[in-house]
Structures are given as C-alpha cells and as structure tokens.
Design a protein around this ligand. Structure first.
Ligand SMILES: [Zn+2]
Length: 329
C-alpha cells in the first residue's frame, strides 16, 4: 500500500497526518511549532513526527508517495522556503529541500496554507464541481486560496492573494501587524479583534460597554470573550460586531470583484465558531460593495482539517503549475 503525508505548519501548531491515496486520514498528530532552532528545525520535527506515525501504523518510509505541506507565509515557492514570517520567531525556514533529503523523496509540495486549503476543497470538499472557487480563512490571520478557470493561482513567489492585507478602510490609523494601514486582518482576525475593539472604544469614547472596558483595561480581551459579550447582548460589543460584519463584507466583496468566484468556502476558527455572528450578516451587506454577481458562500466542508487534507491532496493530484515550478514531469 502507498500513503501520503500531509503537513499543516501554523504559527502555533504543527499538524502531520498520514493519508491513503483516496485522501482518507489514517492518523494525525499535533505538536507545537518549534520556536527556536536552525532553518531546518521545523522540517526535522515534521520528519520525527511522521516516523512516529509510521511506526504506530506499521508503515515504512518507502511506502510514502510524497509529502504535501501547507504553511504560513510568505513563501519562496521555488525554493520551498518560508521567508521572514512575522508570525514565528524562526523567521526564515526551509521545507522542501530538507524534507526531500530526510524522506528520500522528490515529491515534496510546499504551498501557502490557504492555497492547500482551496485545493483540498476542490478535490474533496464543496469545490468539487466548480472551476472558480475561493477558500477564505479567518483565524489568527485572514488569508485565501484561489482557483480561477480551474487553475490554482500561485503568483511569482507563491504569495498570490494575500487578501488579509487588502485595504478595507483607507483612513483609519489602526495598523496591521505587518505595519500597513487599513488591512482587513487588522480588524476581524483573532489577532486583530482585541486591537480593533480597543481602537473603536477609544475612538468612539463611549461611556457604555463597561464589561468591555474592564477587559480592555486588564488587557484580557480575547476574541472568545468578545463574542461572549456579543451573545450576551452587550450594546457596544454588538455595535463593534456589526462593524466587523461590514468589514468582512468589504473584504469578501473585494474577493468577489477581483476573482469572480462561483463559490467561496470559509474556514478558520474565528469564522467557524462565530459564523452566525460575523459571516451570515456580512453576506447581507455584500450588495453595497459588489459589482460582480454574489456567489454561493458557505463554511468549508473539511472543517479544521481543511489545510491538512489540502496539503495531502497536493500529492494525490498535484496542480500542474506546481509540477512545472519544481520541474517534476
Ligand atoms: Zn497587513
């Protein structure tokens, strides 16, 4: 029997899954993404975790067809490396070359995590019958993977469609973690929400929303606590949540206007846990911002496995442009 290794390299967690050629998950493990070590440390951990999984499953390295990796960016896709990521203390790390060496396998595919996600969605999720589809994640950050006319979009370095850094408000002073102003991710991502709430409360200077103020003063506002307040009926929290919906609508509209998709699937912990609060109402605002016909929009079929399964799917059916980049026939 032959198998595939799927890898999801996140800013916090690293997941490795062993898949059949039909993309059925046999077993997976989550470990913390290494925060220190050399540029090959993350690849070494991926290899160590994989070997443990092989041992549990009674598999050998020789049965592996290939290794697919979906990773935080930005990427140098030709080298299969992550370059100067703001989200991990090991800012630059190598994936493709060390994984090829460790696994003794040339079929190592490295793409941005959302790019892996949209490929998985196309092969095994809601995207099956669509040639034009976008996978959007709203989690720690905001990102997307895009397929237009059945082609997976990659860009010159593999960093096409960094939609989290699309400008959704040009005249605010709230800065994104990348340093830019008005970026989508700065408002509605897990990392952005607490900072946006603080910014909003200070700007509006509202005397209401005592619970919010207390959380802000004690520096303990998390997205979870914020959405608890929204659900509990807190007035200011609901006002801000409505702003978040409008901002998500602006971001989604940019995607619709730029790529003209038939389907947008949405994943990521912030979006999936709060879909009724921050996505469903956002869809109602779309008509304000779109020129293109509004597509079908729904949660990803693959849940929180979307990137891992997507990474495995890169090996099962590699995108032709990725094969060209690596010179694999
Ligand atoms: Zn940014």
């Amino acid at each position: 029997m032959k198998y595939v290794v799927g890898v999801d390299v996140g800013a916090t967690n690293l997941r490795v899954g062993i898949y059949t050629l039909g993309c059925e998950l046999l077993k997976s493990t989550i470990v913390k993404t290494p925060t220190e070590g050399g540029p090959d440390r993350i690849s070494e951990v991926i290899y160590e975790v994989s070997i443990k999984l092989f041992n549990v499953l009674g598999l050998s390295k020789g049965q592996v067809v290939g290794i697919g990796v979906g990773t935080i960016g930005p990427l140098d896709i030709k080298k299969g490396e992550v370059i100067n990521t703001p989200n991990l203390p090991i800012r630059t790390f190598r994936l493709r070359e060390p994984l090829m060496r460790l696994f003794d396998n040339d079929r190592v595919f490295v793409v941005n995590d959302c790019v892996a996600g949209v490929w998985g969605e196309k092969l095994f999720g809601h995207g099956l019958n669509y040639g034009n589809t976008v996978y959007l994640t709203i989690s720690t950050g905001v990102g997307s993977g895009v397929i237009v006319d059945n082609n997976l979009l990659l860009g010159k370095d593999g960093n096409a469609h960094e939609v989290g850094h699309m400008v959704v408000r040009y005249d605010d002073s709230l800065r994104c973690s990348c340093g830019g102003v008005g970026h989508w991710e700065a408002y509605t991502s897990g990392k952005g929400i607490p900072r946006f709430v603080k910014y909003y409360v200070e700007k509006v200077g509202s005397t209401r929303g005592t619970a919010l103020r207390e959380l802000l003063l004690s520096n303990s506002l998390s997205p979870e606590k914020f959405f608890d307040l929204v659900r509990g009926g807190d007035g200011v929290a609901n006002e801000i949540c409505n702003e978040i919906c409008k901002i998500n609508a602006a971001g989604l509209a940019n995607i619709i206007n730029a790529y003209d998709p038939e389907l947008i699937t949405i994943g990521g912990s912030v979006a999936l846990t709060n879909y009724e609060l921050i996505i469903r109402p956002a869809i109602n605002y779309l008509h304000i911002y779109t020129i293109n016909r509004v597509p079908e929009i729904k949660p990803t079929k693959l849940g929180n496995e979307v990137v891992l399964k997507g990474a495995a799917s890169l090996v099962i059916k590699p995108p032709k442009n990725l094969l060209e980049i690596y010179g694999i026939p």
